[in-house]
Design a protein around this ligand. Structure first.
Ligand code: IPM
Ligand code: MN
Length: 371
């Protein structure tokens, strides 16, 4: 298979984690006889520095002309504390989502036994936690009219949803639920918001077309609590843009590490794959960031290309590193491996270069010479 991948490294740790994902994709290509052709493009603070525009036209063109997009992270501290900044890195990502109509953001939340001790939850609550947050990504308050009155005393952000915007993401969520444990939870605030009442009405209207899926509804404040109290109850959570942003971050911490979670944003044209963590500027260039979110995003990308065997091998390699203690500083601050070493190990595993019997005593000593 030959595929074109647009690579948006972005800011902060974006380039170094994306580099590891590319390493792994190249190992997959070599092992399975595929060819991936990469084109780098700019977005975020680096794009503002280079062109004045957080999303240059050229980037949109390259993305539209590619089979998938691999994205690192964007954001820079010099914009975070400056509410008056006219141009912001985040505008690049929002504009790209809109330009490519990436209306569904899929964030799987799965737990790894090797990381349970890092979770703020007790391990009993974590067993078997495995759900997906389906977040609407191109509508709602994020893209509504924004206004600041001339006297700067009043600000407005409008939240609008059209029925067709709710339907297209909901269809995808229902279909995912059908392939999983067949439960769909709509998270909204229908006791207060008109848009939420429309979401509920539309999902209720669609439910009979998916008779095998059990649908339930939760107010977002309750959902925020339930994700902590009893995360095992969830299979597919469907929600609007803003609620999805908040609860997916909340859900991610229960797994023990934000650095590990991948995501896919899909729509009618090229799909985009990115770790859910941010640009973590304090760690940029130090080779200490966790590359697993990016590597697992490349597994989602492989699945999107219709390569489930390849995706499964990447996930197996990731689990192998975790269970054998090959982890970055966020997971083990004392005995840690570098970002690039983890990328090398996973690439080697994918290429079958790791012998089946690594010496257990060396693993325990965390010797990088075990192989
Ligand atoms: C995310 C991020 C973005 C969002 C920011 C960077 C605009 O937090 O992808 O979740 O709010 O959607
Ligand atoms: Mn977010």
């Amino acid at each position: 298979m030959q595929k074109k991948i647009a690579v948006i490294n972005g800011d902060g740790i974006g380039p170094e984690v994306t580099q590891q994902a590319i390493k792994v994709l190249n190992s997959v290509a070599e092992t399975f006889g595929h060819q991936f052709i990469y084109t780098d493009c700019l977005m975020g603070a680096v794009a503002i520095d280079a062109t004045g525009n957080p999303l240059p036209e050229e980037t949109i063109k390259v993305c539209l002309d590619s089979d998938a997009i691999l994205f690192g992270a964007i954001g820079h501290p010099k914009y975070d504390n400056d509410p008056s900044a006219k141009v912001r890195p985040e505008q690049g990502l929002l504009a790209l989502r809109k330009a490519l109509q990436l209306f569904a953001n899929i964030r799987p939340i799965s737990t790894y036994p090797a990381l349970q001790h890092l979770s703020p939850l007790k391990s009993k609550q974590l067993e078997g936690v495995d759900f997906i947050v389906f977040r609407e990504l191109t509508g709602g308050i994020y893209f509504g009219k924004k206004e600041l009155s001339e006297d700067k005393q009043t600000a407005t952000d409008e939240c609008t949803y059209h029925k067709h915007e709710i339907e297209r993401v909901s269809h995808q969520a229902f279909q995912y639920a059908q392939k999983r444990r067949k439960k769909l939870t709509l998270v909204d605030k229908a006791n207060v918001l008109e848009t939420s009442r429309l979401w509920r009405a539309v999902v209720q209207e669609m439910a009979p077309s998916y008779p095998d899926v059990k649908v339930d509804f939760l107010f977002v404040d309750n959902a925020a609590m339930q994700i902590i109290l009893n995360p095992q109850q969830f299979d597919v959570i469907l929600t609007e843009n803003m609620f999805g942003d908040i609860i997916s971050d909340e859900a991610s911490v229960i797994t023990g590490s934000l650095g590990l979670l991948p995501s896919a944003s899909v729509g009618n044209s090229t799909a985009l794959f990115e770790p859910i963590h941010g640009s973590y500027p304090q760690a940029a260039g130090k080779d200490i960031a966790n590359p697993l979110g990016s590597i697992l995003s490349s597994a989602m990308l492989l699945e999107h290309f219709g390569l489930p065997k390849e995706a499964a091998l990447v996930r197996e390699a990731v689990e192998w590193t975790l269970t054998n203690g090959f982890v970055t500083k966020d997971i083990d601050p004392l005995n840690f491996y570098f970002t690039s070493t983890i990328g090398d190990l996973i690439s080697d595993y994918v290429q079958g270069k790791i012998p089946g019997s690594v010496k257990q005593e060396n693993i325990e000593l965390r010797k990088s010479t075990i192989i």
